[in-house]
Design a protein around this ligand. Structure first.
Ligand code: 13P
Ligand code: SF4
Length: 349
């Protein structure tokens, strides 16, 4: 990341307020009230795997969805509810709104952002694209609506390798943004000509290869599962590299009794459900001289709690935490997003 991006990320991190811890009776009271409000407001809860297990289980219990970012987009677009409550980070809410402009899209907090989104301001990104007019612009879903509006394609980690391979076979050169680690990974997997923006995820970039190797020595029968936003050295020692949903599937299907997992620990809720009886171990983020800022948990995903979720539903107008996207930007961003959904439909995930 550039020094400017690091400074912007730091400013956002200073504003992060994790939800308060709740006693048991308040927790149950909130769960019940949210369930009633979802029904009354014709709303459905769409949650990412990195949110608190409390939120994920509520989404499951109330007929919502817990998934990766691609499936969240698809589910929200196809669901009949008139209100989508997106528990995740801001780009997920914006994507839901762009794909379903007729629906009301609420989030427990609009402050929940992403270091990849912050590190890719549209003005600089547009200038970068202008310098490389011969390249097809592919942006990761973890970007603002305005950056998507400047792209030819939007992609999530679950279809990134397939899409770049497809474009490469058509003879296209790629401009990729914003995650440099995922960009390098897809370049290495496909051999395509990929020019990368230098963004990074503050959660995944903290995983340490040395720590994973030491852990693997202590658990020789473990499989190492890595999200491709992780550093190159960590990806290099993985048994499986994939999106959140691909890692969950791998944990369930691999014969290994133990998994060392290099991604946000929120994923353990769903992974443990599907990989019953297996031991899941968090990949280390610390190590000699390391400073762990996020410690395998996204500070922005962690901002989604029962209190703010209930609060946003109580507010009948949904005025406080409602997502709005400029119609002109939304219309332009819809084109690469629709391409992403169409491409995703045709690929096994
Ligand atoms: P997935 O698309 O794999 O769910 O990842 C989203 C994300 O933010 C990873 O950090
Ligand atoms: Fe962004 Fe990383 Fe958080 Fe995912 S885990 S939302 S990429 S900061």
């Amino acid at each position: 990341m550039t020094a400017e991006a690091i400074e912007l990320v730091r400013e956002h991190l200073d504003r992060v307020t994790p939800p308060e811890s709740l006693d048991e009776s308040r927790r149950l009271q909130l769960r019940q009230r949210i369930t009633e409000l979802l029904r009354e407001r014709d709303a459905v809860l769409v949650a990412h795997y990195y949110t608190d297990p409390e939120i994920q289980s509520l989404a499951e219990e109330t007929g919502g969805c817990v998934s990766d970012s691609l499936e969240m987009a698809r589910f929200g677009k196809e669901h009949s509810a008139t209100t989508l409550v997106v528990a995740g980070v801001r780009f997920m809410g914006e994507t839901a709104k762009i794909l379903s402009p007729e629906k009301r899209v609420l989030m427990p907090t609009l402050e929940a952002t992403c270091s990849l989104d912050i590190g890719c301001p549209v003005e600089q990104f547009s200038a970068f694209c202008d310098q490389h007019p011969d390249r097809t612009v592919v942006v990761y879903a973890n970007t603002s609506a305005a950056v998507k509006a400047r792209a030819d394609w939007v992609v999530t980690s679950s279809i990134a390798v397939d899409l770049i391979d497809y474009l490469d076979k058509r003879g296209e050169k790629i401009l990729w943004a914003p995650d440099q680690h995922l960009g390098r990974y897809v370049q290495q997997k496909t051999g395509a000509d990929v020019l990368c923006w230098e963004g990074a995820c503050i959660v995944h970039e903290e995983f340490k290869a040395r720590g994973v190797i030491d852990l693997k020595k202590a658990h020789p029968d473990a499989a190492v599962l890595v999200h491709p936003e992780s550093p190159e050295a960590v990806v290099a020692i993985a048994d499986v590299v994939g999106s959140t949903s691909q890692l969950i599937r791998a944990a369930a299907e691999l014969p290994n009794p133990t998994m060392i997992v290099a991604t946000d620990r929120g994923i353990f809720y769903k992974m443990q459900q599907l990989a019953k009886g297996k031991t899941l171990i968090e990949a280390p983020t610390a190590g000699s001289g390391a400073t762990c800022r996020s410690c395998a948990h996204c500070p922005w995903m962690a901002m989604n709690g029962l209190e703010n979720l209930c609060h946003v539903l109580e507010d009948e107008q949904g005025a406080g935490q409602q997502i709005f996207v400029d119609p002109d930007i939304a219309a332009r961003a819809m084109i690469p997003l629709d391409r992403m959904l169409a491409f995703g439909r045709e690929r096994p995930r």
